[in-house]
Design a protein around this ligand. Structure first.
Ligand code: NAD
Length: 471
């Protein structure tokens, strides 16, 4: 069992001033796998001071220097890729397949920042003026547990690309993953204070960052509830915010779609990251004339979904991250039944033989209406709600009748038709006939899925502020 008893401030692993101990529990069997000593307000203040000092010189570095730093970070993370995947499977319970992809995304955070930086112009002539895009200053990076190192890498990469410095507060549940990543980052020997990491609670370390007058921006990924709280608090010091929040993504299967392809893809979209994904396609919209066929295909597909040991390469669904998350998903399954939805697959309780961990049965509800809470609220577990529609217009209306707007999916045998539908959906990304990721294209949400965009040029622009020079 490992105890993480350091945080990272000003280029060094140091003992935190905070003394609170947080247990790290395996999601797979609920055994104790580690402990982390949490940082506190004092630790956060020291980290911000280090980042502020480092900003004086780091903000003056050239693009070429920053590209070299990003390349170093890429190299050191790449070297320990396998260990990073392993610790993610162990601590988070993500499947081997998902964790492998997640660490690849972490790496692509660095390569895409390099790509963007190569052609990004930090100075422009606008009208008769010179406009300089200046790095913001100290950035507070706050991340969730569901792809911890991926978010840390992509956010830090953009912070570095801009010439800003950072204080990172990862989820306290990800301490083993953070520690290994930190060992990699330390190897890269960046200037002291360019990044600092303080393990700690959201309402302590996170809140100190959000309220700190020397922090210029908060880049947050997490729940909509905490995102709203951060936005309100950040207004006090006029911080810039990028908020990547929750989702309840619609997946429209148009009546001309090839169901043999679309339904397995829909199950993958709903159950990705064991259902603990902000972009999960959890509302499946099906033409009423196709529902019988869809039900059959859903049964066939979901029966094949293997739940179990996340380290096994054939596992599709791992456990929920902790017992609290397990209970939350169970409550929603119960609620779906009480609301009158028809349980097609899965249901309450744990799959047989997996009682020790936080495993959930892959669950599908049909006869769901879009006003039910299981169709409106983010469940964050492997629960798919199937809703029928009569016309294309109604499908679009249902898709958009949500507080969220992060991602959406459309399937059709006519790509032009799918694109026409996609253009009417209020979401940051719409995926047509497949599951894709583009690390250079903007990512982020409409409505209560967030504010701002990450990735690519749009992502970098969120870390700079225009300054006009008139002579
Ligand atoms: P969460 O909001 O509970 O926590 C996220 C982070 O915020 C954690 O580090 C937490 O410690 C911190 N935090 C909590 N209270 C805080 C406060 N008062 N001030 C500052 N920081 C605080 O989210 P979670 O449970 O870790 O993650 C799951 C949520 O994240 C889901 O809602 C999911 O949709 C969302 N998410 C969104 C995206 C996206 O890109 N849009 C990606 C992944 C996850």
């Amino acid at each position: 069992m490992k105890t993480i008893d350091t945080i990272y401030v000003n280029g060094a692993f140091v003992k935190p001033h905070g003394t609170e101990v947080f247990d790290l529990i395996s999601p797979t069997d609920n055994g104790l796998i580690g402990k982390v000593i949490l940082g506190d307000e004092t630790d956060t203040q020291l980290a911000v001071a280090a980042a502020k000092e480092a900003f004086k010189t780091f903000s003056q570095t050239t693009k070429e220097e920053r590209i070299a730093y990003l390349q170093k970070l890429y190299d050191v993370v790449k070297q320990r890729e396998c260990e990073l995947i392993e610790v993610m499977v162990k601590e988070y319970g993500g499947t081997l397949h998902f964790c492998t992809m997640s660490i690849q995304n972490a790496l692509s955070g660095f390569t895409s920042a390099i790509e963007v930086l190569k052609t990004f112009e930090f100075q422009k002539i606008v009208g008769k003026s010179k406009v300089m895009l200046q790095p913001l200053g100290v950035v507070g990076i706050i991340t969730p547990w569901n792809a911890s190192n991926g978010f840390i890498c992509s956010k830090l990469a953009m912070s570095i690309a801009s010439g800003s410095t950072a204080v990172i507060k990862p989820s306290e549940m990800s301490a083993l993953q953070t520690q290994l990543l930190l060992e990699c980052f330390h190897e890269a020997a960046l200037p002291k204070g360019v990044f600092n990491i303080v393990n700690g609670r959201g309402d302590v370390v996170g809140a100190t960052l959000v309220n700190h007058r020397d922090v210029a921006k908060i880049s947050f990924t997490g729940s909509t509830a905490v995102g709203k709280f951060i936005a309100r608090s950040a207004a006090e010091t006029m911080k810039r915010v990028t908020l990547e929040l929750g989702g309840k993504s619609p997946n429209i299967i148009l009546d001309d779609a090839n169901l043999e392809d679309a339904i397995p893809m829909a199950v993958s979209a709903a159950y990705m990251n064991s259902g603990q994904a902000c972009i999960a396609g959890t509302r499946l919209l099906v033409h009423e004339s196709k529902i019988a066929e869809v039900k059959e295909l859903l049964k066939e597909t979901v029966e094949q979904v293997k739940v179990g040991n996340p380290a096994d390469a054939t596992t599709v669904l791992g456990p929920m991250v902790n017992q609290k998350q397990y209970n939350r998903v169970q409550e929603y399954i119960q609620l779906g039944m009480e609301e009158g939805a028809e349980l097609l697959m899965g249901g309450p309780g744990k799959p047989e033989g997996l009682e020790a961990g936080n495993f959930v049965k892959p669950t599908v509800f049909v006869n769901v209406t879009n006003d039910m809470r299981i169709a409106r609220e983010e469940i964050f577990g492997p629960v798919l709600s199937v809703i029928t529609y009569k016309t294309e217009e109604e499908a679009i209306e249902i898709a958009n009748d949500t507080d969220y707007g992060l991602q959406a999916y459309v399937s059709s045998s006519d790509v032009m038709r799918a694109k026409r539908v996609a253009s009417q959906i209020v979401a940051g990304r719409v995926l047509i006939n497949g599951l894709y990721h583009d690390p250079l294209a903007p990512f982020g949400g409409f409505k209560q899925s967030g504010i701002g965009r990450e990735m690519g040029v749009y992502g970098l622009e969120e870390y700079v502020e225009p300054k006009t020079i008139l002579v």
